[in-house]
Design a protein around this ligand. Structure first.
Ligand code: DLL
Length: 439
């Protein structure tokens, strides 16, 4: 096993990729028109016939699909295949509104697993390795997604699922796991637990991690690498498109290669929907060109990223997306200023603190007040009150200069903020008014 899982696709020429994408898009649009009443209606409304789509360049002619469309057709309204062709159902972990339900045929599961296997190989995994999966198993796609990817690679999947962190560490140690798969926030918690249990991470056979399902910064990557003595890789995905493995980073750590042979990405202006050029940040949109059960057309992810077709030192030619900066809908508007939780995290790490934090937003006397609770390090905990206050002021100034808005900083006791075994809850918005840019 070399550096790639599917070299012929991962290093294909642009012409070859475009030919595949065009053929799949044509087939997909036909499938949608013939088998999904929702799409037939949408296409008819703009006078679009499947015959109008000749190549991947025609993609802007197609209408968008949104999460609301999935909710309106809940649970199975956008499925394009009869029940007997479905082999799996998952659902999104949506925190608001109705959850969205997704389905897969045997081929869909295979292509999704290929994405996860490509990610594992890009992170350095081989068939010799034990892959410790601490993503939740269930309707969430994390656990089963990495599990199937590991098995397709021929490696050994260890389906630990999330929870019981000391037991996780015990298994890492006893089974000799080589790769850890979980959210970056849970990886931090596992790393802290390793230290608490008095284990030197250098004694563990762990070499790498495949972390995703929530935004995280490059600084957090370095912190996890230090805590666990591993290489920490990013994996991106969303249930509506497949699950983990839609894109993944390589050893260049310079963006995530998109499995564009199945999931065609675009960046659009979140306000106007107009396509944006490479290098410009906007909303990420995917078209499931190779999917049978749920062939979503131009799905608005609400994730903010940018694309680049520039050469990557790893040799992969698959387009890269920038680490998602957050979502158009987790963007906080604080007194008119757009703030992403990932920016707050960046400042905390830059100032030498651990990324254990929570953002609380309130409205006091009609004014937005944002308080960032950050845990003190063990070393600082024994400092005098005056020293802690000075540290709070230092952090407050750094926040102001990066975010462009003033925040209150409250340093709290080490390990006093809630830890998460899945996606971390970073923001508590108490304003009770819609502050989100929902499209
Ligand atoms: O989170 C799938 C997944 C599982 C990805 C395990 C990676 C690892 P959903 O629950 O549908 O699916 O949530 C999808 O999570 O639109 C992003 O906002 C966010 N997200 C996922 N991966 C990343 C990442 C899974 N690597 C939503 N960086 C997406 C930033 C991510 N955000």
């Amino acid at each position: 096993m070399g550096q790639y899982f599917q070299q012929e696709i991962e290093t294909a020429s642009r012409d070859y990729l475009r030919a595949i994408q065009s053929a799949r898009l044509i087939q997909m649009v036909k499938n949608c028109y013939e088998n999904v009443a929702f799409y037939k209606e949408k296409f008819d409304a703009i006078g679009l016939l499947p015959g109008d789509i000749h190549s991947i360049d025609d993609i802007p002619k197609l209408p968008f699909t949104t999460k609301q469309d999935l909710r309106d057709t809940y649970p199975f309204g956008l499925f394009a295949v009869p029940k007997d062709r479905l082999v799996r159902i998952h659902a999104s972990s949506g925190t608001t509104g109705k959850q969205t339900v997704v389905g897969y045929t045997q081929d869909d599961v295979l292509h999704w697993s290929e994405g996860a296997a490509r990610a594992l190989v890009a992170a350095g995994a081989t068939k010799e390795d034990y892959i410790h999966v601490s993503y939740g198993y269930g309707l969430f796609t994390g656990g089963l997604g990495l599990h199937y990817g590991a098995e397709l690679l021929g490696a050994t999947a260890i389906p630990v699922s999330s929870g019981n962190t000391k037991r996780q560490v015990q298994i890492l140690q006893d089974f000799g796991s080589n790769f850890l798969c979980c959210t970056p926030s849970y990886a931090m918690f596992i790393g802290e637990t390793v230290a608490e249990m008095g284990i030197d991470p250098k004694t563990l056979p762990l070499r790498g991690g495949i972390f995703g399902a929530e935004p995280w910064t490059d600084n957090m990557r370095k912190e996890i690498e230090r805590l666990l003595d591993i290489k920490a890789h990013d994996i991106y995905g969303l249930s509506e498109i497949a699950g983990p493995g839609v894109s993944y980073d390589c050893d260049a750590f310079d963006g995530l290669h998109v499995c564009e042979d199945y999931f065609y990405p675009e960046i659009v202006d979140p306000e106007t929907g107009d396509p944006l050029p490479d290098g410009t940040f906007g909303e990420l949109v995917f078209t499931c060109i190779g999917k049978e059960a749920l062939p979503l057309v131009r799905y608005r992810t609400r994730d903010i990223s940018a694309l680049t077709h520039e050469h990557c030192s790893c040799g992969r030619t698959l387009v890269r997306m920038a680490k998602p900066r957050g979502r158009t809908d987790d963007m906080l508007i604080i007194r008119g200023v757009n703030v992403f939780p990932s920016q707050v995290e960046h400042v905390i790490l830059e100032q030498g603190l651990e990324p254990n934090y929570q953002i609380v937003v309130e409205r006091i006397d009609n004014l937005d007040v944002m308080t960032v609770l950050v845990e003190l390090s063990d070393a600082m905990f024994s400092d005098s009150m005056a020293a802690v206050e000075a540290e709070e002021r230092r952090l407050q100034n750094a926040m102001l200069s990066t975010l462009g808005v003033s925040t209150k900083i409250q340093l709290v006791d080490p390990r006093s903020l809630p830890r998460s075994e899945g996606k971390a809850v970073r923001v508590i918005d108490k304003r009770g008014v819609t502050q989100y840019n929902v499209h």
